[in-house]
Design a binder for this molecule. Sequence first.
Ligand SMILES: CC(C)(COP(=O)(O)OP(=O)(O)OC[C@H]1O[C@@H](n2cnc3c(N)ncnc32)[C@H](O)[C@@H]1OP(=O)(O)O)[C@@H](O)C(=O)NCCC(=O)NCCS
Length: 179
Amino acid sequence: MGDIEELPVLPAGAYTLRRWETGDLHVVREVSADPLIPLITTVPAVYDDAAGRAFVARQWGRPATGQYPFVIARTADGRAVGNAGLRVISADRASVGYWVAPSARGAGAAGAGLRAITDWGLRELGIARLELYVEPWNTGSLRTAESAGYVREGLLRDWQRVGGELKDMLMYAALRRPR
Ligand SMILES: CC(C)(COP(=O)(O)OP(=O)(O)OC[C@H]1O[C@@H](n2cnc3c(N)ncnc32)[C@H](O)[C@@H]1OP(=O)(O)O)[C@@H](O)C(=O)NCCC(=O)NCCS
């Protein structure tokens, strides 16, 4: 799976998933100011154009390491509103993550992006199990996961550092063979 060099374009209704481009810096700038996104991603917490360009360039190198970061863009005008990414853990398992810029929230972008990347991972890549981790307070993300068919499996205590502190995470999973 590490041999996918060019990300495909994945249609997702009102949204389209595609590779990052330098024209997407506006969304990196916007989410730099988000209280959570720079803590759980490599989005720079302090934005300048050099840091934004470096973020985009890093995304281009990810497929070589089994990570596939897609921009969630509006289909109508191509404008980037967020990110949906898949990281291969093994031949049978991958994790997914997503974020949407504050100005574009509540319009179905995360749900559409997650459904598209989930379908791609399970059907095109043939991965058996996709996982995602959500902090219990994050209702928007819990709903997004459930709306895309992910099933809650349990609470992982002290699972991940966020902003320097260990946090509990709810694990959700979607299976190629649902049961
Ligand atoms: C969580 C996040 C990705 C949601 O993005 P979004 O584009 O606004 O989500 P959508 O519009 O696709 O909504 C998906 C579902 O979640 C619900 N939802 C979204 N935000 C919500 C909120 N703040 N409170 C309650 N429900 C919410 C929607 O109603 C929808 O549910 P439905 O399908 O049952 O109608 C976005 O708020 C975000 O980027 N947050 C910061 C980063 C983050 O938390 N990432 C996930 C880490 S696990």
